[in-house]
Design a protein around this ligand. Structure first.
Ligand SMILES: Cc1cc2nc3c(=O)[nH]c(=O)nc-3n(C[C@H](O)[C@H](O)[C@H](O)COP(=O)(O)OP(=O)(O)OC[C@H]3O[C@@H](n4cnc5c(N)ncnc54)[C@H](O)[C@@H]3O)c2cc1C
Length: 258
């Protein structure tokens, strides 16, 4: 991942994304920082959701007054608020995800969200890092000599009763996200951990990291709960803020079932 950029854009609201497009098209590299939701107010809580709901109200009103236009609507027109909200949520999500996908796929644009880890700096050495991980369960996805992502497992306890319980970590270089690399890494890690006798895998993920939560759920993890204010962020767009962490767990159906 690059560490030097020609420009930094803070906020994926109205102007940030198109500015990133213009800057990268003119050959400049961009670091893009969003601390919360891609699309900002307009997409997530402002224009888009209100207009989506107003559109439903408009249709209901037109249907109710259809006779004025010479149109017959058989029966009473009713409103299903659940369906209206679901439609609104879909539109918001598509818009937010579309924007994030566009930015993450943009050449010369690196997206930072501060939703990946509490760690503020890399470990002193690989050997130091390895002390808290299982060497055989540290996987790297590469392309030629370039590391695109990694997945690793660390034991949660030294007590033998928990010998088959591990905590997983998955990381994909932001410029290579949304290519299935995280899924391939996590799936491989699950398979190999089962071969080595692990029966329960757990993961702690920032709730804002919806992509990672969805990835884990797709591979059999289920939600245990939300740990509120678990740690204070020491870097990035959320520095100084106490962060909630979602806990997920995957229980093997093959290991430790006797
Ligand atoms: C209910 C409602 C309806 C609206 N309807 C309309 C409408 O129909 N038409 C219209 O023109 N306007 C409408 N607006 C107003 C419109 O939504 C806002 O004017 C517009 O979204 C502002 O855009 P912005 O990019 O300036 O800020 P925002 O949309 O707030 O975007 C700022 C982004 O920057 C991020 N950010 C901020 N600080 C940091 C930081 N330090 N580090 C990292 N990221 C950061 C935020 O997380 C956010 O994503 C509406 C607003 C509301 C609340």
């Amino acid at each position: 991942m690059p560490t030097h950029f020609d420009s930094i854009i803070i906020g994926a609201g109205q102007a940030g994304p198109s500015l990133a497009g213009r800057l990268t098209q003119s050959g400049r590299s961009v670091a893009f920082i969003e601390r919360k939701l891609f699309g900002g107010t307009c997409v997530n809580t402002g224009c888009t959701p209100t207009k989506a709901m107003v559109a439903s109200a408009y249709v209901a009103q037109k249907a109710r007054t259809a006779a004025v236009y010479g149109v017959t609507v058989p029966g009473a027109v009713s409103v299903d608020m659940k369906a209206i909200k679901a439609r609104k949520d879909r539109i918001v999500l598509d818009s937010r995800n579309g924007l994030e996908t566009w930015l993450r796929g943009m050449k010369n644009c690196t997206v930072f969200t501060g939703h990946a880890t509490f760690e503020s700096r890399a470990p002193e050495s690989f050997e130091t890092w390895l002390q808290s991980h299982v060497a055989e369960l540290c996987l790297v996805a590469g392309d030629g000599g370039t590391a695109l992502g990694w997945a690793a497992l660390g034991p949660v306890s030294s007590r033998c009763v928990y010998a088959g319980v591990g905590e997983v970590s998955v990381y994909v270089d932001p410029s290579h996200q949304r290519r299935g690399i995280g899924r391939a890494l996590l799936a491989a890690l699950i398979g190999r951990s089962e071969q080595r006798g692990y029966w329960t895998l757990q993961a702690g993920i920032f709730p804002e990291n919806a992509g990672s939560v969805a990835l884990h759920q797709a591979l059999g993890f289920h939600l245990l709960g939300l740990r509120r204010g678990l740690g204070r962020m020491s870097f990035g767009p959320l520095a100084g803020r106490w962060r909630d962490v979602l806990y997920l767990e995957r229980r093997s159906q093959r290991v430790g079932v006797d």
